[in-house]
Design a protein around this ligand. Structure first.
Ligand code: ADP
Length: 604
């Protein structure tokens, strides 16, 4: 028996993994949701900041527009009193605005609050195109960023068409771009923020350099121009990603942009995930290690059990050391069971061996006895044969000398002497018959013992042929059942068997009736049963056994001729063919002799 080492460890690992899998899946799902939510939150924060900056820009613009409106409704301006207006324009310059200028439709600046009155101001302090647009639109416009003519610093202007002494002119208030810097300067890295003019130029920016690459900047300008408001993920110069929200003010046409790098949004969540992953690993790994250790222990236990059961089958169980108890209670229970089984088997083995030894010794004894028996049987047969054979010689001598005696001296014998001689002759003849019978008896199973298939009908016919005279003389009616089987046996012996039985049926017939003899048969499991019945004088039950003994007779010689060996010979023949013989009889009514023969009897 082989245990697959990895099997149980693998199963346990899978079990641990399966136990943790739902948690892992849930954690991943939670992380994904949290990440999405964090990104959404980041977007709304970026957008809120953008909106805030746009609002701040708008309120700056509103303040500027208020100043411009106040200046434009100044009576001295309307009247064309430049000196007075210059004076008033100077009053607001540096505080709310950085410059106030009055420009003719041809773009020539005729008044600048930063240039003393009487001095010619720079010809084009405000972009001519913006002036032209304000005049043609007839409403206030905000210019793009330009370089201040006197300050040489980035500046922009809000321009409003006015009428000065009935002439159309443009009144412009300018503000340094730097004034917008505080709106974005409150930003802390990694936040970025910028305010862009209508031409997408930086008005203010934090940090001073944008981290967007050139194509992304162009893309952003296009987005602001087209969408007005929205957000986008754009590329940075260092290959990163920037989450950018943009918004363009409807009033000024300026835009605000703020952004956060993707890493700043995702990093905290990634750190969180990493933390959870490490935590999960700390939880799972000991579980797996524990499972592996338990698995090893389990495998060792199972191996031990396998070794034990293997040895139980191969070795003597009583020599087995008890099973080592290694792993869990169930295995201990199995181990206990195995120990018990081993002990039981050992006990049974011992018992069986004892029985086997006993059986062997008995078999030896029986073998020895049967050998002794066979030897003594053979010896006995030899003795009977030799005795009967050798006894006939002196008998013949007695008979011949008595005959000579009678022949030579018969005339001189008186009547008694003749009677005595007659007794001697008779005795010698009887003894010769008995010795002859004994010889026949001892020959059964010894001479011509070769068995062959014998058709019993033939043997019955032969027996009847030998008895033909007696049959005719007694007027017997003999019936033979049809289809007598063919048996394996010694033909001569079987003829003798039927001849003796039928002969007895004729001999012991009833004085008042002619003999009726029946020969029948029936099949048995492994052979046949034959019966020879008659309507003769019958036998008393107490003699049922005795009639089969050698030289046992129930009648006197004078009444019925015989030596009493016929049925003994029958018994010996039947037994020699593996069968048995018995008699059923009712005195004065008749007898039935039954005998069995075995199918394929070995005999010998
Ligand atoms: P024998 O016929 O020489 O006496 P058996 O051995 O044949 O010897 O028979 C033994 C005895 O059994 C006989 O003396 C007889 O009394 C009895 N016997 C045998 N066969 C029959 C029979 N068919 N009917 C009645 N008695 C029988």
């Amino acid at each position: 028996m082989r245990i697959r080492d990895r099997g149980i460890i693998n199963y346990l690992s899978v079990l641990v993994a399966a136990a943790f899998l739902p948690a892992v899946v849930l954690a991943v799902a939670v992380f994904v949701v949290v990440l999405e939510r964090e990104i959404d939150v980041a977007w709304s924060r970026i957008e809120a900041r953008t909106t805030f900056i746009t609002g701040s820009v708008d309120s700056q613009m509103d303040a500027l527009a208020g100043t411009l409106d106040a200046l434009s409704s100044n009576q001295s301006l309307i009247d064309g009193d430049f000196e007075s207006f210059h004076h008033q324009a100077q009053a607001v310059t540096g505080d709310r605005v950085d410059a106030v200028s009055l420009i003719r439709p041809d773009g020539v600046t005729i008044l600048n609050s930063r240039v003393p009155i009487g001095t010619t101001p720079p010809a084009f302090s405000v972009p001519e195109s913006a002036v032209a647009k304000a005049l043609s639109d007839g409403t206030s416009i905000v210019s793009d960023l330009f370089l201040g003519a006197t300050s040489r610093r980035p500046i922009f202007a809000m321009i409003k068409p006015v009428r000065v002494a009935g002439q159309p002119m443009a009144l412009a208030v300018g503000l340094f771009a730097q004034r917008f810097a505080p709106l974005v300067a409150r930003t802390l890295p990694p936040w970025e923020a910028a305010i862009l003019d209508g031409g997408a130029q930086d008005v203010a920016r934090f940090p001073t350099e944008s981290s967007l690459d050139q194509p992304s900047r162009r893309q952003l300008a296009e987005l602001i121009a087209k969408q007005g408001r929205g957000h986008a993920k754009l590329r940075t110069t260092d290959g990163g990603e920037l989450f950018v929200a943009y918004e363009r003010s409807a009033k000024s046409g300026w835009g605000a942009v703020s952004s956060l790098p993707r890493t700043a949004v995702v990093a905290p969540i990634q750190r969180l995930i990493l933390g959870y992953a490490i935590g999960a690993a700390i939880l799972v790994v000991p579980g797996i290690v524990l499972a592996a250790l338990l698995g090893l222990r389990l495998v060792r236990s199972l191996r031990e059990l396998a070794r034990f059961t293997g040895m139980m089958a191969e070795e003597n169980p009583e020599r087995l050391a008890p099973v080592a108890r290694l792993a869990c209670r169930e295995i201990t229970v199995v181990a206990d069971g195995l120990d018990q089984a081993a002990a039981d088997i050992a006990a049974r083995d011992l018992q069986l061996r004892g029985q086997r030894d006993l059986a062997e010794s008995r078999a030896d004894e029986i073998h020895r006895q049967s050998k002794e028996l066979a030897a003594s049987n053979a010896e006995l047969q030899q003795f009977a044969y030799v005795a009967s054979h050798d006894l006939r010689e002196p008998l013949r001598m007695i008979s011949s000398y008595i005959a000579i005696l009678e022949r030579r001296y018969g005339d001189s014998f008186d009547a008694d002497a003749k009677d005595f001689i007659g007794f001697v002759v008779d005795g010698a003849q009887r003894m010769d018959r008995m010795v002859q019978d004994l010889l026949d008896y001892s020959r059964i199973g010894r001479v011509g013992a070769n068995h062959a298939p014998v058709p019993l009908r033939d043997t019955v016919d032969s027996a009847l042929a030998a008895l033909r005279l007696v049959v005719e003389e007694s007027g017997a009616a003999i019936s033979v059942a049809p289809d007598l089987p063919i048996v394996n046996g010694a033909r001569g012996e079987l003829v003798r068997l039927f001849q003796n039985l039928i002969g007895n049926a004729l001999k012991y017939r009833h004085a008042d009736r002619a003999p009726v003899i029946g020969i029948t048969w029936r099949p048995l499991d492994h052979g046949w049963q034959f019966s020879v019945s008659d309507n003769g004088i019958g036998i008393a039950p107490e003699y049922f056994e005795r009639v089969f003994a050698i030289f046992q007779r129930l009648h006197t010689r004078e009444k019925y001729e015989g030596t009493g060996i016929g049925l003994a010979i029958c018994k010996k023949i039947v037994e020699h063919h593996g069968g048995r013989i018995w008699v059923e009889s009712v005195p004065d009514q008749g007898s039935t002799f039954h005998f069995t023969l075995q199918e394929g009897a070995a005999g010998g």
